[in-house]
Write a protein that binds this ligand. Structure first.
Ligand SMILES: *Cc1c(COP(=O)(O)O)cnc(C)c1O
Length: 420
């Protein structure tokens, strides 16, 4: 799609940096299953998968849906979908109850067995799925690994410990478990007792299976929040998502200052930088209304309005009203965090209604400490501005959202531009 001035710049080496950081300082014994679902958290599914395979020697890929898995394989037919080393794990929407897609697993895993394709692993999340899988264990699913989710407290998918006892004979008869996993629900809160309880339950599940003679060949428990706390990183696999792309998962409010060194607060590099431009800027007089509507779009005092060519068709949502946006020209690449850059940044707030194609950013003299004339001078039509980058978490917090949602929200109208 031809779009020159509005794009998401994806700095791929920053993902490589983050993977390195996890491997060396956070989970040195574990194998990574980087989570690339949700279009790699908005950064581009196929391209990110191919990059981390080639540049970071990643061989495991975590997605949410079967469709995402197929896209990863199709998009990387000559790198990921070859040989015996690569594995794509489908964590939630496996489509397993739909017989018409069973052949996708059967054919892909027959290829894997023959040594010329990646393995495709569905995570069984309900008892019905497990029963169906085992019924077809010797036929359609004979080459497909048995991956089972344990419910340790999240209470969405997964088998409870009580039910696991009942299911033990079935698992034993079907050759054991290739991957046993669980998911933490509050790992963003440092040291939370609920997380500890989940971790203990997971250990109990593993031990009870092993004690009953069920082979457990792989285990995985940690997502980003847990990895940042170095929790459950001794399991065979860890599943980092958000941290791969930069932001921390730990709620600052849950860490006391003396705990900071202990957790060595995640200092990953942000990979996604959302740029647009100043379409037009002008002085709006007090009492005028900007754009659609006739209530909350009132300009109370003279202000400078900066129009940017992004709206909800780009995934820049209506509720982003009041989000702070820096409207002075974007700093040179790599200088986003320079103190001088931050000092001189002119920050406005999204004003009134975001519409499909345009949002208005108001720069209020009282907020920035400059006259309307000075603000007008510091903004240039057609100049590049950075909507969000390594400050994506602050942007999200300002509109009561989370970085995941802002990142995943960017639509296909925003081209992804890759920096290798
Ligand atoms: C999304 C997901 C993750 C990654 O979570 P983050 O909080 O982004 O690290 C890990 N495991 C599963 C099963 C997931 O669905």
């Amino acid at each position: 799609m031809l779009r020159c001035s509005t794009f998401l710049e994806v700095r791929l080496p920053h993902i490589a940096h983050n993977i390195d950081l996890i491997r060396t300082h956070y989970a040195s014994k574990a194998t990574l299953i980087p989570m690339i679902k949700g279009n790699a958290y908005g950064n581009g599914l196929e391209r990110v998968a191919g990059y981390i395979h080639d540049a970071c020697r990643v061989n495991h890929f975590g997605v949410a849906s079967l469709g995402e898995a197929v896209a990863v394989l199709k998009g990387n037919a000559h790198s990921i979908d070859t040989g015996r080393t690569n594995h794509v794990v489908v964590f939630s929407d496996t489509e397993l109850m739909d017989e018409s897609v069973h052949h996708v697993y059967a054919e892909q895993n027959a290829k894997y067995r023959a040594g010329n394709g990646a393995q495709l692993a569905p995570v069984l999340g309900t008892e019905e799925q497990l029963q169906l899988f085992c019924k077809l264990r010797r036929t359609i699913f004979k080459d497909t690994p048995l991956c089972l989710k344990i419910n340790t407290g999240m209470d969405r998918l997964g088998v409870t410990l009580e039910r696991l006892k009942e299911l033990t004979p079935l698992l034993r008869e079907n050759g054991g478990v290739d991957l046993l996993l669980q998911h933490f629900s509050v790992s963003g809160l440092v040291g939370h007792s609920f997380t500890k309880a989940q971790h203990i339950k997971f250990q109990q599940a593993k031990e009870s299976l092993q004690a009953a003679g069920v082979e457990v060949r792989g285990t995985s428990a940690a997502n980003s929040g847990a990895i940042e706390q170095r929790l459950a990183v001794e399991e065979m696999y860890v599943r980092p998502g958000l941290m791969l792309y930069g932001p921390t998962s730990l709620a600052a409010s849950s860490i006391t200052p003396d705990e900071v060194p202990k957790y060595r607060l995640w200092d990953g590099k942000c990979c996604g930088y959302f740029y647009t431009k100043v379409l037009h800027h002008y002085v709006a007089k007090a009492g005028s209304y900007i754009g659609y509507g006739i209530t909350h779009n009132l300009v109370p005092e003279d202000a400078v309005i900066v129009l940017i060519p992004v709206g909800y068709a780009d995934g820049f949502m209506r509720y982003y009203s009041n989000m702070p946006v820096t409207v002075s020209p974007a700093p040179p690449r790599g200088h986003e965090d320079d103190p001088a850059v931050k000092e001189s940044a002119l920050v406005g707030v999204v004003h009134g209604n975001v519409n499909m194609d345009i949002a208005a950013v108001a720069v209020h003299p009282a907020m920035v400490g400059h006259s309307v004339e000075e603000i007008m001078r510091r903004i240039e039509n057609e100049s590049q501005i950075l909507v969000w980058g390594n400050d994506v978490a602050e942007k999200a917090a300002a509109v009561k959202s989370i970085p995941y949602q802002l990142m995943c929200g960017l639509s296909i109208r925003v081209p992804r531009r890759y920096v290798e």
